[in-house]
Design a protein around this ligand. Structure first.
Ligand code: ZN
Length: 324
């Protein structure tokens, strides 16, 4: 399929490049490093070769979220967003951007998102899970009341917020002791991010701001498969929860899921069945995944052609108000 739109496609700046080293073995690093820093050449030719018309780029993980000093997090986010804006200016027909945000400081995050959307023309926010604030062991999740003005601004700007994974802190997750291979993108990424999304839902955030839109990668980090049981058991809790509606309702009305890094047709069909094909968006997770793997799988997956067109292009065009 030509003209696909992809939206979990990463780059790095020198300050965040080293964060991605753990995702490859030995010799793979020189390739990954080159691809993360390249915002034009190989990136655009890969897109061309595999039928991707537009990529919405985002900073690598954990990136800004792992910089405990709020002032430095703000400065690096701004530099990263400016670097991305320069790259987009060279090829506005093929590239767009998500804003990296210093969530360590909710007011600074609000200001940077506003600048990125209004002045740089970015398409939304892209945040790598919780932020470390002040020191490496103090973390902030975004259901905290301090973030309410930030969420009000996200809703007012009418742009999506992509909640991307990062690892939990090993000091807080003894279940991984002795099993470090399950940390990272193989497993812990998904569990951590699904739980963060549930915190947002359960807190009542979407009752307060009912027009917020959140995007999750990796076909929803396991949530489509689990959400029925989740609601089934939450419904019998004696004291209930702060949220007014079910997790299924929030997932279906406030979330979009992307195919990033999860190229498996039965999982895609499960996500389509739970969410509706209008809420699924094609993505690769470049350069951590191969564009050819994602595109070949998606182009040939056994789904109706009308759904392929929606997931490959039309849903993203509508969500990001792109002229097609
Ligand atoms: Zn990713």
């Amino acid at each position: 399929m030509d003209g696909k739109i992809a939206l979990e496609e990463h780059f790095a700046v020198p300050e965040t490049l080293g964060d991605s080293r753990e995702h490859v073995r030995g010799g793979g690093w020189s390739i990954l490093e080159r691809r993360l820093l390249d915002l034009q050449h190989h990136r655009l030719s890969e897109m061309e070769q595999h039928g991707i018309g537009l990529a919405i780029l985002s900073l690598n993980s954990p990136g800004i979220q792992a910089i405990p000093d709020p002032a430095r997090a703000t400065a690096v986010a701004r530099r990263a967003n400016d670097t991305l804006a320069d790259a987009i200016a060279k090829r506005p027909d093929r590239l767009a951007g998500f804003a990296a945000l210093p969530m360590q400081d909710p007011e600074a995050a609000e200001a940077e998102l506003t600048r990125a959307v209004v002045e740089l023309g970015f398409k939304g926010a892209f945040v790598n899970g919780f932020s470390q604030v002040g020191d490496a062991e103090t973390v902030a999740y975004y259901d905290h009341p301090a973030y309410l003005p930030f969420w009000a601004r996200v809703q007012e700007l009418d742009v999506p917020f992509y909640l991307h994974p990062r690892d939990p802190l090993p000091s807080r997750e003894p279940i991984y002791d002795g099993h470090p291979w399950f940390l990272g993108s193989a497993w812990a990424f998904g569990v951590e991010t699904a739980m963060h999304a549930l915190r947002l839902m359960g807190s009542g955030l979407f009752d307060r701001y009912p027009r917020l839109t959140i995007i999750l990668g990796h076909l929803g980090e396991g949530l489509p498969y689990s959400v029925w049981r989740l609601d089934h058991r939450l419904s019998v809790l004696p004291r209930g929860i702060p949220a007014k509606r079910t997790m299924t309702e929030y997932l279906r009305t406030r979330f979009y899921l992307t195919t990033s890094g999860h190229f498996r047709t039965p999982s895609l069909i499960d996500a389509m069945t739970e969410m509706g094909s209008e809420r699924i968006l094609f993505s690769v997770d470049y350069p951590f995944e191969e564009t050819g793997d994602a595109a070949t799988w998606f182009d040939e997956a056994s789904i109706p052609e009308a759904d392929r067109l929606k997931i490959g292009r039309l849903n993203a065009a509508a969500l990001f108000k792109l002229v097609t």
